[in-house]
Ligand binder design. Structure first.
Ligand code: TRP
Length: 452
């Protein structure tokens, strides 16, 4: 069902195109690298439980909020807040959104670069060039990190240059289904391996005694990060959304798809961690914290693929890291699209120049991280764990008390005719006005209070 664009800004060509693009933004390193790592740090199944709860209680309502603000204004976050309220404070909130996008993308390209490095590691290992394989997998090598990050950023920029339906939509329509198929094949393989059962139990049988405020904050940060919420990425994506689409329904698909993929990724990686441990790899130190930190999956998985050996190892290892690069790409384009559309809309810079300028600037920041990867945890904490929920809180407040829920209803009603009689409306209204902002602020404040 192709539709003609409403204005020169461009829209998604099809509903599936939008859902795939938003799901592509959601599904990324957050699901496959960040989720298993944070879960392994926070006691397995109990974390999964709190995470899923927060996705539906906070994440889904905020996603509907972002999409409706975006479609109403057809603007980037800064322009959107300006358009709907004369309160200057929210222009600052818009800038905070853009800043979070820049900061998160600056470390995202480093991790994404590692997925490229490890793809080559698998190839060199198979070909028997062991010293080359070892060299390319050294993630402390600043120059190497810089090179692969630049490579990844260049691909991201080139997709952004293509604009909305030609660039982003075309790419994800092909890449997303491929991703799901490869994950499923890998899970089936891992399930038949010895030792996988212990990992599955750790993943699915919760020990609720490990739940504390820090775990809850980590789960909230993960929910925002994974759904791409709290920095206006979905305000921006919503701005390209056709008035005929049903926003709550589309948001439901995206949320369900993202949680589904995170769940599958856990199903693949938790058993793999246990298998690697059974093989003698040290995962936790004596204090019980992860030895590998952000590098967890890059330490555990290549070993697994080498164990498989031969061509099978290469096929699984190669496709796995290729899959990760692809997933990262459909997410990084949404991170770059936020600051880019800000510069296009608010400063009237042509798309090409804007994308190159912002992409180049972020690459320069990422070079510092390439040479000191310990920065990743700090930037991630400030901008993902604290920054995104803070942004989400402000978006709820903005919608409920400045733009007003009745105006949001008018927007949501387009594409959703029976909104008046549907249970969605009264429930969502209460969540956006009270439950979401109160929960977010309670979790943020009480955790930060308990840390200091
Ligand atoms: N959600 C993506 C992931 O899981 C990362 C991402 C893309 C993101 N766009 C975002 C995170 C916007 C926060 C905000 O990998």
């Amino acid at each position: 069902m192709a539709t003609t664009p409403i204005d020169s800004r461009g829209t998604w060509n099809t509903k599936l195109g939008f859902v795939l693009a938003a799901a592509g933004s959601a599904v990324g390193l957050g699901n496959i690298w960040r989720f298993p790592t944070v879960m392994a740090e926070n006691g397995g199944a109990a974390f999964l439980f709190i995470y899923v709860l927060l996705v539906f209680v906070i994440g889904y309502p905020v996603m509907v909020a972002e999409l409706s603000i975006g479609r109403r204004t057809k603007k980037n976050p800064v322009g959107a807040f300006k358009a709907l309220s004369s309160n200057k404070l929210f222009t600052l909130v818009g800038f905070w959104c853009v800043l979070c996008g820049v900061a998160i993308l600056s470390f995202y390209v480093i991790i994404a670069g590692w997925t490229i490095s490890y793809f080559f590691e698998q190839v060199f290992h198979y070909l028997g060039y062991f010293s080359l394989a070892e060299w390319v997998s050294n993630i402390e090598n600043g120059w190497l990190n810089t090179a692969v990050a630049i490579l990844f950023m260049s691909i991201t920029i080139s997709i952004i240059l293509g604009g909305i339906s030609q660039g982003i939509e075309k790419a994800v329509r092909f890449l997303m289904p491929l991703l799901v198929i490869i994950i499923l094949i890998l899970i089936v393989y891992v399930m038949f391996q010895p030792g996988a059962g212990a990992g599955v139990r750790e993943y699915l049988v919760p020990d609720f005694s490990v739940i504390n405020m820090e775990l809850i904050l980590a789960a909230m940060g993960q929910a925002f990060f994974s759904l791409s919420l709290g920095m206006g990425a979905l305000i921006t994506y919503g701005s390209y959304l056709n008035k005929r689409e049903n926003i709550p329904e589309a948001a439901g698909y995206v949320t369900g798809f993202d949680v589904g993929i995170a769940f599958l990724a856990g199903m693949l990686i938790m058993p793999t961690i246990y298998m690697a441990q059974a093989e003698g790899l040290i995962i936790y130190d004596e204090a019980g914290s992860l030895v590998a930190g952000p590098a967890l999956i890059f330490q555990v998985l290549p070993e697994l693929f080498h164990e498989m050996g031969g061509l099978i190892g290469l096929i699984f290892g190669g496709t796995f890291f290729l899959l990760l690069t692809i997933a990262a790409l459909t997410s990084s384009i949404s991170l770059l699209e936020v600051p880019t559309s800000y510069v296009i809309d608010e400063h009237k810079v042509p798309r090409k120049k804007a994308a190159l300028l912002i992409g180049g600037f972020i690459t320069i920041i990422s070079i510092f991280i390439a040479f000191d990867t310990s920065l990743i945890d700090d930037i991630d904490f400030i901008f993902s764990v604290v920054g995104l929920p803070l942004g989400g809180f402000l978006i709820c407040i903005f919608l409920a008390y400045f733009w007003k829920t009745e105006n949001a209803k008018l927007e949501l009603a387009q594409g959703f005719e029976n909104i008046d009689t549907n249970l969605f409306w009264p429930v969502w209204k209460v969540f956006i006005k009270y439950i979401c902002p109160i929960l977010i602020i309670l979790i943020l404040v009480s955790t930060i209070y308990s840390i200091f």
